[in-house]
Design a protein around this ligand. Sequence first.
Ligand SMILES: Cc1cc2nc3c(=O)[nH]c(=O)nc-3n(C[C@H](O)[C@H](O)[C@H](O)COP(=O)(O)OP(=O)(O)OC[C@H]3O[C@@H](n4cnc5c(N)ncnc54)[C@H](O)[C@@H]3O)c2cc1C
Length: 372
Amino acid sequence: MKVLVVGGGVIGLSTAWALVRQGHDPVVFEQGPLPQTGGASYDQHRLIRLPYADQTGYCAMVVDALKAWDRLWDDLGERHYAEIGSLALSTAEGDWADLSRLTLDRLGLGYETLDARQIEERCPFMTVPQDAWGLVNQRGGLLFAARIVEALVRYLQHRGVSLRSESRIVSVDPGAGCLTLEDGSRETAEAIVVTAGAWTAKLFPELARKAVPHRQVIAYLEPPESQAEAWARAPAMVHLLNDVDIYAAPPVDGTELKFGAGEHRRPGDPDKLDPLGENEAAEVAAAFRPLLRDFDDYKILRGQVCPYAISPDDRFVTERNGGVTVIGGCSGHMFKFGALMGEELAKTATGERAYADFRSWAEGRRESLTED
Ligand SMILES: Cc1cc2nc3c(=O)[nH]c(=O)nc-3n(C[C@H](O)[C@H](O)[C@H](O)COP(=O)(O)OP(=O)(O)OC[C@H]3O[C@@H](n4cnc5c(N)ncnc54)[C@H](O)[C@@H]3O)c2cc1C
């Protein structure tokens, strides 16, 4: 079946990969170049981690996501993943890490807990509150995002998939199963999948409140020389402070140390994002000051502005109208589901999976692991 895919980020490219695998004929439309470096998917790394607070459905999906990435690595003949595990900190009963622990228990997924002293032994660059404890998962770690996007583009080119870069879609007509491009030309197919990231509401204004475009800033740093080796052995770090959602990607496999702070974002039109402000990278990094020894010896290399769409309840937003399936509002957490989401979107678009079933799955409403 011919399937038109709007958007060449990780979700659109993974959908095309899965469609090819399932014997279909995708055509990808990307408004910019391919690979597109200006979307949410192009960065050195994205975290994949099992802890998900009380969002049982997404925690269960991570187990399936890891298997889907393995299928992608097999097809690509390249693996762009470092299984360095994850660490989250808890300082109060019922906080993010504590809820994650309960969810992992409920799903029967293993983890380790560390007290403050053990955390500092494992991560000697840290200084943690003495009443804190750490939730450690061996599974999960870092996906090398830009390398994955680049490899997907190469794979699809090699498979002869039509990749239409510099092809902006200006409207989608679900009734006619038709896309209109900026030059007025039209493309029709029985099935259309829209994966437009922060631009989703430009095509579907009715989704403007569900998939709100935002501007996020991240900071790349060089750790002090005395701590470089410890950082290179560190797990991926999520939810390190209760009141501030901060995360870190350690410098592994030729990548650099990256800090992010969930609160350092604001709504913004993805076509007109403000450039990086002079102090913004330093402001992101400053959120880590209470947790790092020798914080002033870290060197800020640069900041980066990224567009993404936030959904108010942190669940992925999906809509179906005629043969058009839309996925958006991927917030700060859809990269990890890239290969899996591509597979599920491909099945849903081609009628192999019921849309209602896909929707509740994508909204993270499942309560158990998939049985093998
Ligand atoms: C700073 C930051 C940190 C993050 N950290 C993590 C993390 O640690 N773990 C995790 O799992 N996720 C994380 N995420 C989220 C994750 O990166 C996104 O959810 C994911 O990349 C979204 O992929 P996408 O393909 O939907 O969107 P995008 O990569 O943005 O792709 C959408 C594409 O559609 C194209 N497009 C849009 N409109 C049109 C149109 N009309 N016509 C043609 N093309 C169009 C765009 O140009 C773009 O290339 C993070 C996001 C950010 C910004």
